[in-house]
Design a protein around this ligand. Structure first.
Ligand code: BGC
Length: 751
């Protein structure tokens, strides 16, 4: 990289500033502890004008990717004028270098830019969508995926990602469930922390890591009726117990930034909520990093009916403690006037500017604004073999086997010698939808479709493909070709489900069945009486009762990314024994939503002999597939659930163990899950709460003892006064391979 005279001059200037602050720092006595970074930033801030400060609080999108209204197409001018301190959606070393030079060489103070991007499940090499990967229950794998995608993105010039998205959601109508880790806060918290570790590594100024941004604070996943951006309304107890923990976990793992959410909570839009941003995030959770808004969410406070105009909205956000305005330009355009009018203070502006400069400092940008910009590194790392291989690995481990019944006396899967295969369905040879939502800059080369994956895994099989219909279109003209193709085959593989735009942001659905005419196509194919394996590609749980009732084998394959075809073929063939377990409950129909495993019991629990108990007239209460469910090509037997004691006191813990045996004929992995139930509480407790899990590998016939420790902390919840407490009384412990298929025992917690 070539540095021009201005760049060099600025670097010398920052170097001098570093040296001076270091000398001053070293000469300070211990009682006057101010870090070198603070001194550096303070000196820099003394030189900044108000306009330059507001520029640092402003982020604009480059317009390469658009996820909302484009309010500013002249961002380059703003960069040069020092009116914009952060760009997002600009990437690639060449372009980022050009932009960074504008900031460093053409502005008065040469403050480097932050470059943000939604690297959600891969930058150019795409890994499975987060909901899919959560079904692996494999924290090491998840950490590795985020670390690999951070590495690839950092090699392309980025230094900040809007990841992890840790919003708990119990509503599959909401398209953004694809981006999260499902419905449970215990698993969600562990995944949130693993992702922060993966993204940030051990040091922010390592040019192969990024700064993480936890989003969307808070409770964005509880949009009413699953409609994106809709109102969120819940009690504070529910919020703190079920929705807050993953944000907390990500912050405790050291996340450098947090993003506000679009929704209102407790009647106040998040970006203007002092309760959320100050009392909770800063004071209670102890977050010290950068707080950025979601895209134009300050502006949206006017539509919410919380701010009278943009100026008022900006004042509310700044006063609530929001540091950076993403894309809305409200801080830049209005805060000067607000300051003149005395509606905000210079201290409030300085506080936020300091946080922006701190993250830039921590990323190493003041020392070297071009730290992340190395074309050779980009060439070596982007779409490298290592990335591509990991996409395959992670893809296999994200697939969930939902059904595998005997056909002609033998389980249909794995497919050893498939003979003549008809691959039918709109997603069978599709190289775009397999990437799913937020594909970042996932490329059109280097992907394997399901057809390609099958052909390379089964080179001797005769594989014929017919689309049959589009993913969402109503056109049935392809049915006859698909029927003919299926008629000539020994086995039909269906590749059906959702195209990528049907999930993700602004992609809520009221009918979450197979879209378009796909179910009709399935029914036509079924008339041929051939063995059928259904592959369901989707960004959310779909209502697939018809498949469950009538197709012998179902693999829920989600959107798996670059190596989707190879991953699916490896699982079909049994090269990899499926081990995924659902992290969201699958409803039978939309009328059951919200449905989640950790429900309350009610005063009239369901009793088939009594009509006046909680139930529907037209559908069972239980889901199609429960949380934690997923089959394997082998079987696991659980026995000897043992508790180390039948009662513990408030400072004790309890050892729980269980024997798990692989009772089938193939080696396989099992996610052993531990749940509890607090039988009587001052606040009623859910029928089950996940408190532990372990993924184990077992050879055929092998038995392992799996041990968990339950501490009193695991028994705590928020009581009516919002105190986090464990209450004495009886508890149940459940262990099994899903949230319903469990062994159980009781113990007592004493005062
Ligand atoms: C989304 C965020 C995303 C941001 C920037 C918004 O529309 O809600 O998740 O990080 O855009 O792209």
């Amino acid at each position: 990289m070539c540095k021009t005279g201005k760049t060099l001059a600025l670097q010398v200037r920052y170097l001098l500033l570093f040296v001076i602050t270091a000398i001053v720092f070293l000469s300070c006595n211990e009682n006057n502890v101010m870090s070198e970074r603070d001194r550096f930033i303070d000196s820099l801030m003394q030189e900044m004008t108000l306009e330059e400060k507001l520029g640092q609080l402003t982020a604009f999108s480059s317009g390469w990717d658009v996820t909302g209204p484009v309010l500013n197409e002249e961002y380059e001018k703003d960069v040069k004028a020092g009116r914009c301190g952060t760009l997002f959606n600009a990437h690639g070393v060449a372009y980022v270098t050009k932009l960074q030079k504008m900031a460093v060489e053409e502005t008065r103070l040469g403050i480097p830019l932050l470059f943000g991007y939604d690297v959600i499940h891969g930058y150019k090499t795409t890994f499975p969508i987060p909901l899919a990967e959560s079904c692996s229950w494999d924290l090491e794998l998840i950490e590795k995926s985020t670390s690999m995608s951070a590495k690839e993105a950092a090699a392309s010039g980025l230094n900040w990602t809007y990841n992890p998205m840790v919003d708990i959601s119990r509503d599959p109508r909401w398209g953004r469930v694809a981006e999260g880790a499902g419905e449970d806060q215990f698993l969600g918290s562990q995944i949130a922390a693993a992702k922060v570790r993966g993204i940030q590594g051990s040091s922010l100024d390592d040019p192969l890591t990024l700064a993480a941004c936890v989003k969307h604070f808070a409770a964005y996943g509880a949009a009413q009726a699953g409609r994106d951006y809709h109102t969120v309304d819940m009690s504070e107890i529910v919020f703190k117990e079920y929705y807050l923990p993953p944000y907390r976990a990500a912050i405790e793992a050291g996340a450098a930034s947090v993003m506000t959410s679009f929704n209102e909570l407790f009647g106040v839009p998040a970006s203007g909520s002092t309760y959320l941003m100050q009392d909770l995030l800063r004071d209670e959770l102890g977050f010290k990093g950068l707080l950025v808004t979601d895209y134009t969410s300050i502006n949206e406070m006017v539509n919410h009916g919380y701010a009278s105009d943009l100026q008022h909205a900006g004042e509310l956000a700044l006063k609530a403690g929001v540091d950076m305005d993403l894309q809305g330009s409200v801080y830049l355009d209005h805060l000067k006037k607000s300051l003149e009018e005395g509606a905000i203070t210079m201290d409030q502006i300085n506080r936020s500017v300091k946080r922006v400069l701190e993250i830039k400092y921590n990323l190493g940008l003041f020392e070297d604004p071009f730290l992340y910009l190395d074309e050779d590194r980009e060439k070596d790392l982007v779409m490298s073999e290592e990335m591509y291989e990991h996409s395959f690995e992670s893809g296999k481990r994200s697939i969930v086997l939902l059904k595998n019944e005997a056909y002609n006396g033998k389980e249909l899967l794995p497919l050893k010698e498939p003979g003549n295969i008809a691959l039918i369905g709109p997603l069978g040879n599709n190289d775009k939808d397999i990437l799913g939502t937020w594909k970042a800059s996932g490329t059109s080369s280097e992907r394997t479709t399901i057809l390609q994956g099958l052909k390379s895994r089964y080179p001797d099989a005769n594989i014929q493909f017919a689309e049959g219909c589009g993913a969402i279109e109503e056109d049935r003209s392809g049915f006859s070709e698909a029927i003919q193709t299926a008629r000539n085959a020994d086995l039909v593989i269906l590749a059906i489900g959702e195209s990528a735009p049907l999930s993700g942001e602004a992609s809520s659905r009221t009918d979450i069945g197979l879209p378009g005419v796909q179910e009709e196509l399935v029914k036509e194919i079924q008339k041929l009486n051939k063995p059928i394996v259904a592959l369901v590609l989707a960004g959310r749980p779909l209502t697939i009762s018809h498949l469950e009732e009538s197709v012998p084998a179902i693999l829920y394959t989600w959107h798996l990314g670059s190596r989707m075809g190879d991953a699916v073929a490896a699982v079909l063939a049994g090269d990899y024994n499926p081990s995924g377990k659902l992290t969201m409950t699958f409803p039978r129909n939309v009328g059951q939503i919200p449905i989640h495993y950790n429900m309350k019991n009610t005063g009239r629990p369901y009793n088939p002999k009594d009509s006046y108990t909680t139930r529907y007239l037209d559908a069972p209460n239980d889901p199609l597939y429960p949380f934690g469910f997923g089959l394997s090509y082998t079987s696991f037997n659980y026995s000897d659930l043992t508790l180390s004691t039948s009662s513990i006191s408030m400072d004790d813990s309890l050892e729980v163990s269980v024997e798990v045996t692989n009772s089938g004929e193939m080696a396989g992995e099992e996610v052993v899950q531990l749940y509890i139930r607090d039988l009587v509480g001052s606040i009623t407790r859910p029928v089950k709460e996940l408190k532990g899990f372990e993924k184990i590998m077992l050879e055929p016939g092998e038995t392992k003892t799996v041990r968990f420790t339950l501490s009193v902390d695991d028994l705590k919840f928020y009581n009516g006064k919002l105190d986090y407490v464990a209450e004495p009384g009886r508890f149940k412990v459940f262990i099994g391979g899903s949230s319903v298929d469990v062994l159980e025992k009781d113990f007592e917690l004493n005062m």
